[in-house]
Design a protein around this ligand. Structure first.
Ligand code: XIL
Length: 582
């Protein structure tokens, strides 16, 4: 067998489409030690005791940066614009830059300002925002307004009397660029595949009139172009699948699975045992129905059997088609104050399952699930357990440890992540990283981040930064498998305002671009090692081929070689080679 080295050419991806992104100042054409003037915006002569100069990168990386030390209020660094005018800058909607604050900076809430001549590009009264972590570079993005100045003086900085900071890569961004989902490089999925992370979305049933069998529908297309894993928002829940006892209806779920199969996506199953959206014929407290137990409700044995039947029937139906199941959803009580005095304990929710069967309904559910499909990855899933230190997060971890200690087949821990603006990615990271030692995978299973006011662009930007911060955590840990957003378009979300990645017409929001650019740069930085691979030469080309996506997932089995060019646009591995279908 002939072994040859095939060099895989990673397309020298130019920054794809956030649109237009233009660097104003990266400081590389300055000299270390160059002084940059500081001006007081309000004083007549502009004089100030604040100082700025060009220095080396404080983290030791190559390149030059701007170092500012404020010594009086209202002072901004004055830079001279090269060959770009205020008019051209006004065509952009955002300004972004990298910010480094030394560890000595303890006041995190700072007001950002920038302007051209004497007009403000960004100035929101009383906007004192948390500027992110200290002692590392963080990306900041602000919305800007058009100005009509003819000056070439550009002002930037934080309004503070005593702040020290470094700036780099000051750039302007426009969101107006065309987003073409037929170009794989403009989608989330293309980059997520390279990163080896599951990027997912819940598919709502409430898309009135939308047929997941119709690949040309823009919502369906948005889904399969951008995500490599899907979950049904409602149609695989027990109320939908077993509306009356013993009569199962998998029609809608089957359609979703077929869509996923057509497009090489994985499927999460949600969910098998839950107190909400429960089979309607089981009462909510176990005592209201008239069967068994002297007319008072199901007894333990009966309810265990009901649970077993539901799990077995559903998982057998989807065997081999659903990668992972949320076997038990939201089994913890909201009140977990118990952990304050009992650091290894947790409180179970008083659901019908718990009330009638006892806590071991959990153990049974996972065992039944494992028997039904031994290859499926079995998840426990809950909300409000996202941040380390919150009582419910500690209780969740205690519960998972208890189940694992009992040798219960729990393979995955789901964090729903129904959040709001101002996400604390640091505490999320501290929470999930401890699960690596437990040998389970983790996923963000139902992520959405609400803003405060519908349609507010500044809040959309902050929301994008929050999404991005969570994605960065997910990418950092190998045991974090999926990053799943709970829906596609804002208008069809169960929450409001504006929690998702797309507007109602499927046009992408800032959060979409923030995620895509994060995936893109992560792949470039970390996946570089896959450029050269050694493969076995095929003696002759077979008439049928297996088609893999870039992360090695089989997307088509034994496809007629003549059909290759009809594949959806994207990057594939065929005959051990990387092939781009446009
Ligand atoms: C929600 C759906 O999004 C809604 O359409 C439905 O009306 C109620 O359920 N936790 C879960 C999800 O596990 O199943 C819930 O989904 C949101 C909270």
């Amino acid at each position: 067998m002939n072994r040859i080295l095939i060099s895989i050419l990673c397309s020298a991806a130019a920054m794809t489409a956030t649109a237009d992104e233009k660097i104003l100042f990266d400081f590389e054409n300055y000299n270390i030690g160059d002084a940059i003037p500081m001006r007081d915006y309000f004083s007549e002569d502009g004089s100030t005791a604040s100082k700025a100069e060009i220095t080396a990168d404080p983290t030791g990386k190559a390149g030059k940066v701007l170092h500012v030390k404020n010594a009086s209020w209202n002072t901004l660094a004055e830079l001279t614009l090269g060959n770009i005018s205020a008019d051209e800058i006004s065509e952009y909607e955002m300004i972004a830059f990298d910010l480094y604050r030394p560890a000595t900076e303890t006041d995190h809430y700072r007001q950002f300002r920038c302007g051209i001549g004497d007009e403000y590009l960004h100035d929101v009264e009383n906007e004192f925002l948390h500027q992110g972590d200290v002692a590392k570079w963080v990306g900041r993005t602000y919305r800007i307004n058009p100005v009509s100045s003819t000056s070439d003086k550009f002002y930037i900085g934080f309004n503070s009397v005593d702040m020290e900071y470094y700036l780099d890569n000051i750039r302007i961004i426009s969101m107006d660029s065309d987003y073409d989902m037929n170009n794989p490089e403009e989608t989330l999925r293309y980059h997520a595949d390279k990163c080896g992370i599951g990027i997912g979305c819940a598919v709502p049933s409430s898309w009135a009139g939308v047929n997941v069998n119709n690949d040309n529908d823009i919502k369906v297309k948005t889904t399969y172009k951008n995500f490599n894993i899907v979950v049904a928002e409602n149609c695989m829940k027990p109320d939908a699948t077993q509306g009356s006892q013993g009569n199962f209806n998998f029609k809608e779920g089957d359609d979703l699975v077929k869509m996923a199969e057509r497009h090489g996506m994985e499927v999460r199953g949600h969910t098998l045992v839950w107190h909400s959206q429960i089979q309607p014929w089981i009462s909510s407290n176990g005592y209201k129905n008239d069967k068994g137990n002297n007319g008072k409700g199901y007894n333990r044995e009966e309810l265990l059997q009901i649970m077993k039947d539901h799990i077995t029937k559903t998982m057998t139906h989807y065997k081999g088609k659903v990668r992972e199941w949320d076997v038990v959803n939201e089994c913890l009580d909201d009140d977990q104050s118990i952990v304050r005095n009992n650091p290894t304990k947790y409180n179970m929710r008083k659901s019908v399952w718990y009330n009638v069967i006892g806590e071991d309904f959990l153990d049974s559910a996972f065992v039944y699930a494992h028997r039904a499909d031994p290859d499926a990855i079995l998840y426990i899933n809950d909300y409000g357990a996202d941040y380390k230190g919150d009582a419910k997060s500690e209780a969740y971890c205690n519960l998972v440890k208890r189940l694992l200690k009992s040798n219960i087949p729990v393979h995955g821990v789901g964090f729903q992540c129904h959040l709001g603006l101002g996400v604390d990615a640091g505490r999320f990271e501290n929470n999930i990283k401890r699960y690596a030692d437990l040998g389970v995978e983790c996923s963000l299973t139902e992520l959405d981040i609400t803003t405060w006011d519908a349609g507010n662009q500044d809040q959309h930007i902050r929301q994008g930064e929050d999404y991005k911060a969570l994605l960065n955590v997910a990418l950092k840990y190998d045991h974090v498998r999926n990053f799943v957003v709970w829906g596609i378009t804002d208008d069809k979300s169960w929450r409001s305002p504006d929690p998702l990645l797309f507007k109602s017409d499927c046009s992408p929001k800032y959060a979409f671009f923030a995620l895509r650019n994060t995936l893109e740069s992560w792949a470039k930085e970390h996946a570089a090692g896959i450029e050269d691979i050694t493969v076995d030469m095929q003696p002759e080309l077979a008439p049928y081929v297996d088609v893999y996506d870039i992360s090695g997932r089989l997307v088509r089995q034994q496809l007629d070689r003549d059909e290759i060019s009809n594949l959806d646009p994207g990057l594939y591995i065929i005959d051990h080679k990387k092939i781009l279908i446009r």
